[in-house]
Design a protein around this ligand. Structure first.
Ligand code: G1P
Ligand code: ZN
Length: 544
């Protein structure tokens, strides 16, 4: 194999965010941009010669081009085998599973998750380590550092690989294996859930379902598992064809973006269960006939009922949630006397806890839930968990949710996102909030008395690493919270996220609309951060 060393100049913006490096496609198309970043990753890793790298993406625009480039750089850098999903496709949780199952050294996943795709939209790349999870900060920091000084990259002079032909081929020292992207993942799901019960519940008509793949990666996975294996009607999977531009939509599973699903689920002839996933298949939105389950509630309900699922019958070793996720799961953990961890935003912070066996389930308010079966959040896993729960409990989604609130109380929750705020304004807002923190404790705002106001720092209980500046928390005496943080995944300006929650113990008040129930806190959040005042905006871009 002939290897070339190509001279290059560093780019100064290759700092990975919450989940890998995400930029506009046009940025990635600059000469050497992708090559520099991939070489920076390989330069920061050690002892991978002859080992296996997993490669795949969500199929968005530039996926195939990027995969051919990466194959050549990986070959030149001495990997022994590349395992690639057919068509260059692998969902994020499936890639995590492949890395673990085949003892790979790591993997590169090409995705900008729920961000739109197409020539003028977003692309992304992230590196996952040998446990199958996103590279921790010590790695991503090293990648960035290396990208600042890189002066050349290596590439092998080989033909483009046919990504659409399953099987192995040897090119010099390198073995390239193209696999079916779904089979291993489907087997894993079969080992976790009661597929026989699910088949019966679906064929008897007890469960009717609708899954929106949002023209993204989960289409082939949902068709194989829900339709072929579990017997759901083919029409129960919509937008099932992965498209390079996701049909022009945001492949983001929330009520705003999964509008086709939302309309059906809130109509008179709604199926019993509805769900959607995102661009790369790690997120999930759960709905039932005329009800939307917040991701924070979904995590708590899963934790409270985990023993009903075959893989978790022995109970949970612990649970974790990201800091801005509501405290609903904390109440479950307290009741069942299991440890509960609060981590910074981003799945990478769950990895050590999962590896050490400290937690079995974890989740984020941003439509992410998962367990120790892989090291990523997992959209279809969450869908199957809920289906299995409905089948065992023989209750509707609405009944399961209401019963849970009756037992534990309801953590009424919402998130307001202000997107593409000019960076200087966003920074001034953060500064303004930061300056207020020391003065807030003890202050009263109507019925809300501030108990604490701080900037969240996390010390990893396993490796002792410390992550500072993970968002500002304002906690009130009555358990309510307002959290502010800047997004680490956006590609234009800055996105301010405001997370608001209030606990309601009184079951007669559980059916309130969340925006109404949180109205006072929403006003207070504006008073504290002045986003509307400083940007002239009148409302958030997205409310979830
Ligand atoms: C967002 C979510 C976060 C999630 C990440 C990747 O990050 O808020 O919970 O882990 O996407 O899916 P953010 O843009 O807030 O940094
Ligand atoms: Zn995603």
């Amino acid at each position: 194999m002939q290897i070339e060393t190509i001279t290059t100049n560093p780019y100064n913006d290759q700092n990975p965010g919450t989940s890998g490096l995400r930029k506009k496609v046009k940025v990635f198309q600059q000469p050497g941009y992708l090559e520099n970043f991939v070489q920076s990753i390989f330069d920061s890793l050690e002892d991978f010669s002859g080992k296996t790298l997993v490669l795949g993406g969500d199929g968005r625009y530039f996926n195939r081009v990027a995969i051919q480039i990466i194959i050549k750089i990986a070959a030149a850098n001495g990997f022994g085998e590349l395992i690639i999903g057919e068509g260059g496709l692998l969902s994020t949780p499936a890639a995590s599973n492949i890395i673990r199952k085949y003892n790979a050294f790591g993997g590169l996943i090409l995705s900008a998750s729920h961000n739109p795709g197409g020539p003028d939209e977003d692309f992304g790349i992230k590196y996952n380590v040998s446990n199958g999870g996103p590279a921790p900060e010590k790695y991503t920091g090293a990648f960035f550092q290396r990208s600042q000084t890189i002066s050349s990259y290596k590439t092998a002079k080989i033909e483009d690989v046919d990504l659409d032909r399953i099987g192995s081929q040897q090119i010099g020292e390198l073995k390239i294996t193209i696999i079916d992207p779904v089979t291993d993942y489907a087997e894993l799901m079969q080992s976790i859930f009661d597929f026989n019960l699910l088949k019966q519940s679906i064929s008897s008509g007890y469960i009717t379902l609708l899954f929106d793949a949002m023209s993204a990666i989960t289409g082939p996975y949902a068709k194989r598992i829900l339709v072929d294996m579990l017997g759901a009607a083919p029409s129960s999977v919509i937008n099932a064809e992965p498209l390079e531009n996701f049909g022009g939509h945001h492949p983001d599973p929330n009520l705003a973006h999964a509008h086709e699903l939302a309309e059906r689920m809130f109509s008179a002839d709604a199926p019993t269960f509805g769900a959607a996933s995102d661009g790369d298949g790690d997120r999930n939105m759960i709905t039932g006939s005329n009800i939307f389950v917040t991701p924070s509630d979904s995590l708590a309900i899963m934790a409270a009922n985990a023993r009903l699922i075959p893989a978790y019958v022995k109970g949970l070793s612990g649970v974790a949630r990201s800091m801005p996720t509501s405290q609903a799961v904390d109440r479950v953990a307290a009741k069942y006397n299991i440890p509960c961890y609060e981590t910074p935003t981003g799945w990478k912070f769950f990895g050590n806890l999962l590896d050490a066996g400290k937690i079995t389930l974890c989740g984020e308010e941003s439509f992410g839930t998962g367990s120790d079966h892989v090291r990523e959040k997992d959209g279809l896993w969450a869908v199957l968990f809920w289906l299995n729960l409905i089948a065992v409990k023989r209750q509707s989604v609405a009944d399961i949710v209401h019963e849970h609130w009756q037992k534990f109380g309801r953590d009424i929750y919402c998130r307001h996102d202000y997107e593409a705020v000019e960076t200087p304004i966003a920074n001034s807002i953060v500064e303004h909030l930061r300056n207020q923190l020391p003065t807030l404790p003890g202050q009263s705002f109507g019925e809300y008395i501030v108990k604490y106001a701080d900037e969240f720092s996390y010390e990893d209980p396993i490796d002792g690493s410390i992550s500072n500046n993970q968002g500002m928390r304002i906690g009130f005496e009555n358990g309510s919270r307002i959290v502010f943080r800047l997004s680490g995944t956006g590609t234009v300006g800055a996105t301010l996220r405001i997370y608001i929650e209030r606990f309601e113990a009184d079951a007669t008040r559980h059916d309130q609309d969340s925006q109404e129930a949180l109205a006072e806190l929403i006003i207070l959040a504006e008073q504290l951060c002045e986003i509307k005042k400083r940007t002239g905006r009148t409302e958030p871009n997205v409310i979830t």
